[in-house]
Design a binder for this molecule. Structure first.
Ligand code: ADP
Length: 605
């Protein structure tokens, strides 16, 4: 039997077009051919299980071989094989019509980026790297004859009888001159480990089995121990430290999805993780660019997601609106929130210990997803400088009695830097106020969000104003100065701070508060910080606004009024002002040197 024919497609030569489209992704030919080999093998196993395939199955390993002299790559399976008729049907008609369909769909999209980088083009992708492709195959069906098909990527093909003893299919690629890189063993090995590491049928290359056929996510959570999850994590990310905990996903309705998501230790900042979530479809690696499949905040997680329901051969914009993808997003988000809630409920102490490693993730999630916020608000913790942890509601309850201002707003105080803001923290603690620690980049945004969501609750940085203004309870301390004395004090301070562009306020504070407090209004500072993170609406540089509160009840002010002449008075005012700067860590350069000299002089008088 010998047959020549023309593959019935309309486009004369689709090969060059596909080749151009897929330029950056040639290597997927191997993934596609091996996927076909795996499918053929799995089909055989099923047929054998129901008694339809009578022969012994024997060793079902798939072999990949490179022949440098012949410039060929061979993928050999022991699956169901094909009869000559089946080749005509499945290869000539189906495989090639798939390719034609692809061209029809994408021929107008000149921009390669519009075409998703990873899709199944199936058997035809062999022509991306081959000048000629040969199939030698023998069906599992009793009495089948082996057949050979050969085609050079044009629409011409040839089918003949072949000599093949054993069941299964050999795909032989005669590499094109521009694809000889695939003759290198390391190249093939890399591609195999990238795409085929978890395929369900053993794949042998150069005498080595390259895959784990039974990856953890395909197994029952009930039969797995913590050590199994940890080992699998190490297998996925050999250079990462151990994860904090994990979630085993297992859904069969309304879509199919399995996977394991790991919570890594985040190093504080919103780093773009190099250990990315890997997306599989029936154990075939598809991509680690899961941007459209997984909500952004979950991309901080590690692990694998396997779903045959994620459409891979469509454009990205379509992927975002795909209803399966949306459902998957919602489901994963819910699972993650549930897992965290469960940890919080079952072992609060352990949860608190992990909080430092997961808070960025939780806060990011709360800010980017309302549904996640609704669940997370009950386990999201606020930590104070004594390293005590409260949920938002608990914290409100905790500070309510002492930290409610005259407008019935509960005011939480926080520090972004306990060492630098030490004197302000002391002032707060003198009044038995609690101080939260908010020192992560994400906290600026997080604070804004909480204030927007939780009514009658505000957060103020300890150094945003004098503490009695931060939590303004409406009672005033009497000033010991007369109106005349106040005017005099203000004049002297104006002289002492000429040219500094600060706003002076006289305040009657308790005598043990600093003589001069320098603060930066919460609102202005936040705007500035947000705009420096690229979040706020301000362009260019924001002006520095400093408020100077002069404590009229401090003894130094009495001393200033009693000083013999104006020169001495200004000197004392400068000294008090510099102390204010010093407590904000803002004294440097010539001002610092002047301050030190003045201090030495005053001390020796
Ligand atoms: P798909 O795998 O998406 O169906 P392909 O173009 O990859 O499309 O393959 C077309 C058809 O050719 C397959 O559905 C299958 O019937 C047949 N085929 C391809 N490779 C093999 C193989 N190694 N063994 C048996 N049949 C195969």
């Amino acid at each position: 039997m010998e047959e020549r024919g023309t593959i019935s497609i309309h486009t004369e030569n689709i090969f060059p077009i596909i080749k151009k489209f897929l330029y950056s992704d040639h290597e997927i030919f191997l993934r596609e051919l091996i996927s076909n080999a795996v499918d053929a093998t799995e089909k055989l196993k099923r047929l054998s299980a129901i008694g339809e395939a009578k022969d012994e199955m024997g060793d079902l390993k798939i072999h990949v071989a490179v022949n440098k002299d012949a410039k060929t790559i061979t993928v050999k399976d022991k699956g169901i094989g094909m009869t000559a008729d089946e080749i005509k049907k499945y290869i000539n008609q189906i495989a090639f019509s798939g390719a034609t369909e692809f061209i029809e769909k994408y021929k107008d999209k000149i921009d390669e980026k519009q075409i998703i980088g990873h899709f199944g083009l199936g058997f035809y992708s062999a022509f991306m790297v081959s000048s000629k492709v040969e199939i030698i195959t023998k069906s599992f069906k009793e009495g089948s004859e082996a057949a050979r098909w050969i085609c050079d990527g044009s629409t011409e093909f040839e089918i003949t009888k072949a000599e093949k003893q054993d069941r299964g299919t050999d795909i032989i690629l005669h590499l094109a001159d521009d694809s000889l890189e695939f003759l290198e063993n390391y190249r093939i090995e890399n591609i195999l480990t990238k795409y085929c590491k978890f395929l369900p049928v053993e794949i042998e290359f150069e005498g080595k089995i390259i895959n784990n056929t039974n990856p953890l996510w395909t197994r029952q959570p009930s039969e797995l121990k913590d050590e199994d999850y940890l080992n699998f994590y190490r297998e996925l990310y050999p250079f990462a430290g151990d994860p904090l905990f994990w979630i085993h996903l297992n859904v069969d309705y309304p879509f199919n999805l399995t996977g394991i998501l790991y919570f890594p230790k985040l190093k504080g900042e919103l780093e773009v993780n190099k250990n990315k979530i890997q997306l599989y479809s029936r154990q075939v690696f598809i991509t680690d660019e899961v941007k459209d499949v997984v909500p952004e905040f979950l991309m901080l997680l590690h692990g694998v997601i396997d779903s045959p329901d994620i459409p891979l051969n469509v454009s990205r914009s379509f992927l975002q609106t795909d209803s399966n993808v949306k459902k998957i997003n919602t489901h994963i988000t819910k699972k993650v929130a549930d897992k965290l809630a469960e940890l919080f409920k079952n072992d609060r102490k352990a949860f608190e210990e992990k909080w430092n490693d997961i808070h960025v993730f939780v806060k990011f999630g709360m800010m980017s997803d309302d549904k996640f916020y609704e669940k997370a608000k009950d386990f999201c913790l606020l930590s104070n400088i004594k390293d005590q942890h409260y949920t938002i509601e608990e914290y409100k309850e905790f500070i309510k009695a002492n930290q409610t201002d005259k407008n019935e707003t509960i005011i939480a105080l926080y520090t972004s830097d306990p060492a630098r803001q030490h004197s302000y923290i002391e002032s707060a603690e003198k009044r038995n106020y609690d101080v939260l620690l908010m020192n992560n980049m994400i906290d600026n945004h997080f604070i804004n969000m909480i204030e927007g969501k939780v009514e009658k609750f505000a957060l103020k940085r300890v150094d945003a104003d004098i503490v009695d203004k931060l939590i303004d309870k409406g009672h005033q301390v009497e000033s010991v100065l007369s109106e005349n004395e106040k005017t005099k004090v203000k004049e002297i301070f104006e002289k002492a701070t000429t040219g500094k562009g600060v706003t002076l306020n006289l305040e009657s504070l308790p005598a043990d508060e600093l003589p001069v407090s320098i603060t930066q209004p919460e609102f202005m500072r936040r705007m500035k910080e947000m705009s420096s993170l690229g979040g706020g609406g301000f362009m260019g540089k924001m002006p520095e606004i400093l408020n100077v509160a002069i404590n009229t009840n401090h003894k130094i002010i009495q001393k200033l009024l009693k000083a013999p002449n104006e020169e001495e008075q200004v000197k004392i005012a400068k000294q008090a002002y510099d102390l204010g700067l010093l407590s904000q860590g803002m004294l440097s350069g010539k001002e610092l040197t002047d301050f030190i000299q003045r201090s030495a002089e005053l001390a020796s008088n």
